[in-house]
Write a protein that binds this ligand. Structure first.
Ligand code: CAO
Length: 454
């Protein structure tokens, strides 16, 4: 039996175990990575100092380890009993460039370590059973990624080995992981690949609620009570449903409802459409909402952010997604750089993208890069609803049908056109007071659209 311990890991005194790369019964070779540890500055994989079969793991996720901590016990392989010389200190993987919230630069020694190429000797990672895209060339090399990116990928169930890194030295960035997921979804949606099948046990657990510790889903023979017809869910519904389910379960949603007085804005919109009758572009309330939301996002940047581990990534661009109802289900095309576009251009683009969505012709690029989404049921009806946040965004605005309401103006009730707004937000990132301020500000812009220019 050989005890494998944490070697000299430099200046790191106590680091957390964030990944177990082997399990009892696995055969490991010298230098094979056994666990990944993470400090607040870097993550690193701890290699094995000997070859053999893992008998006992002596660490678990979340444990704190330091030089000399026992990782596991190996039964020496035949002919491999001799201990290899202690492996070199593992190369830390430094977090990707600090997000805007952190002003602390990476310390010099770590930055130097970041320049090291990925260790080609590392074992090829096992793709998840759910992985559905062809692995690219670098799948034989352990991917380089910061701790927060590894955590982000783990949360989404993404095997980093399948993600092409576009950062320095092929480092995998958060955008790479997001693009990978969106690409996989788009391919599933377009039918280019089959929808990934969850592992049978996991699928069964999820389907009957056991994974959440819930009582099983009721099984009813509906045909006992009357005629029935069973149809498969459309592909888009399957994909969007899985995303909506994850977002609903993983994000602590809160929804604030508010009203905006759009009497003057609607009159302006109608006037513009009369003037531009022949232009072919219909100015919509959605276009005004998109532009107003850009202003609100600028004023409240935490709404234009994404949670990445313990960091908030603030976006300096303004890409606004909008829910489009299609015969096959919900799609969310994205208006890119909405801050740089005028109302007419936004109105034209939303109508083109909505038409593409309905015709099933949206490309992956049309749905990528969103910062914030709007779901407008204004053309249909209703008052308020609770839209589900489109992860990794942190908020979504839902609007319903505006209606004339009597509003007290201090002296009398006046008929005003009132737009019901429902803002869902991620309570891990946003507080109720900020959400109320966002809605109040947005309502003030819509009530007097000149404020958008201020
Ligand atoms: N209040 C009152 N009327 C409104 C309105 C509002 N808030 N918003 C739009 N309307 C009116 C429009 O003025 C238009 O009336 P006219 O035909 O008389 O001009 C009519 O409703 C239809 O509008 P539209 O659908 O052409 O344009 P839109 O910009 O409102 O919507 C789109 C575009 C793509 C958002 C919409 O077609 C759509 O798909 N909405 C559904 C989104 C959805 O499903 N959300 C739910 C997601 S959660 O499951």
């Amino acid at each position: 039996m050989i005890e494998v311990k944490v070697p000299d890991i430099g200046d790191f005194k106590e680091v957390e175990v964030i990944e177990l790369l082997v399990k009892p019964g696995d055969t490991v070779s010298v230098e094979q990575s056994l666990i990944t540890v993470e400090s607040d500055k870097a993550s690193m994989e701890i290699p094995s100092s000997a070859a053999g079969v893992v008998k006992e793991l002596r660490v678990k996720l979340g444990d704190k380890v330091a030089e000399g901590s026992l990782i596991l016990v190996l039964e020496a392989s035949a002919g491999a009993g001799a201990m290899a010389p202690p492996p070199a200190a593992p190369a830390p993987q430094v977090p990707a460039p600090a997000p805007q919230v952190s002003a602390t630069p990476a310390p010099a020694p770590l930055a130097a370590a970041a320049a090291e190429p990925a260790r080609a000797s590392a074992p090829a990672p096992q793709p998840l059973p759910t992985a559905s895209l062809e692995p690219h060339d670098s799948h034989v090399v352990k991917p380089h990624a910061s701790p927060s990116i590894r955590k982000f990928a783990r949360e989404l169930g993404v095997d980093l080995a399948l993600v092409r890194g576009t950062g320095p030295k092929q480092r995998v960035t958060e955008a790479d992981v997001r693009n990978y997921v969106k690409g996989a979804i788009a391919q599933v949606v377009s039918g280019a690949i089959a929808a990934p099948a969850p592992a049978p046990a996991a699928a069964a657990a999820a389907a009957d609620g056991a994974g959440l510790g819930l009582i099983p889903w009721p099984k009813v023979d509906f045909s006992k009570f009357g005629a029935i017809e069973t149809k498969p869910l459309p592909r888009i519904k399957k994909v969007s449903g899985a995303n909506l389910h994850r977002n609903w379960v993983m994000i602590p949603h809160v929804t604030n409802h508010d009203d905006a007085d759009i009497t003057d804005l609607e009159a302006f919109r109608v006037q513009l459409n009369k003037e531009n009758d022949k232009s072919g572009v219909k100015v919509t309330m959605l276009a005004f909402l998109i532009k107003a939301c850009v202003n609100a996002l600028r004023k409240f940047p935490e709404f234009n952010a994404s949670l990445e581990g313990d960091n908030l990534v603030f976006k300096k661009y303004f890409n606004i997604g909008f829910a489009a109802d299609t015969p096959n289900g919900l799609m969310v095309p994205v208006i890119k750089d909405a801050d740089k576009k005028g109302i007419f251009e936004i109105a034209r683009e939303t109508s083109e993208l909505a038409a593409k969505a309905r015709d099933g012709k949206l490309g992956p690029g049309d749905m990528q890069g969103g910062c914030f989404s709007i779901s407008s049921l204004g053309g249909i009806g209703g008052t308020y609803f609770t839209p589900i946040i489109n992860a990794p965004e942190v908020a979504i605005l839902g609007v319903c049908r505006s209606a004339m309401r009597p509003v007290w103006d201090g002296k009398q009730f006046a008929p005003r056109l009132i737009l019901p707004m429902s803002l869902s937000w991620d309570h891990r990132v946003i507080d109720g007071a900020a959400a109320a301020r966002f809605n109040t500000y947005l309502a003030s812009l819509l009530a007097d659209y000149r404020r958008v220019m201020l």
